[in-house]
Design a protein around this ligand. Structure first.
Ligand SMILES: Nc1ncnc2c1ncn2[C@@H]1O[C@H](COP(=O)(O)OP(=O)(O)O)[C@@H](O)[C@H]1O
Ligand SMILES: [Mg+2]
Length: 221
């Protein structure tokens, strides 16, 4: 197996009243194992929609998505969730941490739900690796934006997913924190051999990926 992910002639349309909005049109894309790809394009060009489709959080209108050679567009909601849980880590612009859980609890919960042994030890190790050794027992509200995003990334990749999807992960951060977050993501995929699909407005960040694709009005240009 060489292709981790393959998109074949993907279309996504939304129906609002009489109007049909073509959000994505005839998207073909292949992502190999260990490959890093950036997706750039103006606001509204379909970047988030594409991430949602790949993550199985949204259904295609037509076309096929193969993950590890399995057609995920034909699966049930539960089957897709199972594949996502085990293989795909998603990082959003907003962090969505559980507000009344500490940093370490936010990460450990994911590991615990997935029946990992010693979830707290593993969570601590990961947060330590991301420079948060002294923030383990802080609540999200007590952390800076950059720190919260590091916790969110730790949580998304705690399962060691084959594929990481990051939708403008530095969109809410200043340049220093953006640099730190992008270092964390790129070092991590290099060390663990995962693939990364990164949506970003930041061309410097986009350039760190092996390939850059540009979306315009729902098409790859
Ligand atoms: N649930 C929805 N219903 C109708 N239109 C939507 C919906 N979600 C997204 N869109 C439209 O799809 C287009 C692409 O959106 P999006 O994927 O969020 O773009 P981007 O992430 O590149 O800014 C936009 O025109 C947006 O208004
Ligand atoms: Mg978006």
């Amino acid at each position: 197996m060489n292709n981790l992910l393959q998109l074949k002639k993907i279309n996504l349309k939304y129906q609002t009243g009489k109007d049909t909005i073509k959000v994505l049109q005839d998207i073909d894309l292949i992502i190999k194992q260990k490959e890093t790809i950036s997706i750039v394009g103006e606001s509204g060009s379909g970047k988030t929609s594409l991430i949602m489709l790949i993550g199985g959080l949204e259904k295609v209108t037509s076309g096929k998505i193969y993950f590890q050679d399995q057609d995920i567009t034909s699966l049930t909601e539960d089957e897709i969730s199972e594949i996502r849980r085990k293989n795909i880590g998603i990082v959003f612009q907003s962090f969505y941490l559980i507000p009344n859980y500490t940093a370490v609890e936010n990460v450990a919960l994911t590991l615990e739900l997935n029946k990992f042994e010693k979830p707290f030890d593993q969570a601590k190790e990961l947060l330590d690796r991301f420079g948060l050794k002294n923030r383990l027992n802080n609540l999200p509200s007590q952390l800076s934006g950059g720190e919260q995003q590091r916790v969110a990334i730790a949580r998304s990749i705690a399962m060691k997913p084959e594929l990481i999807l990051a939708d403008e992960p530095t969109g809410n951060l200043d340049s220093e924190n953006s640099k730190m977050i992008s270092d964390i993501l790129f070092n991590y995929v290099k060390e663990e051999g995962s693939s990364l699909i990164l949506v970003t407005h930041d061309l410097k960040l986009a350039n760190r990926a092996k390939k850059i694709i540009k979306l315009m009005d729902g098409k790859i240009v």
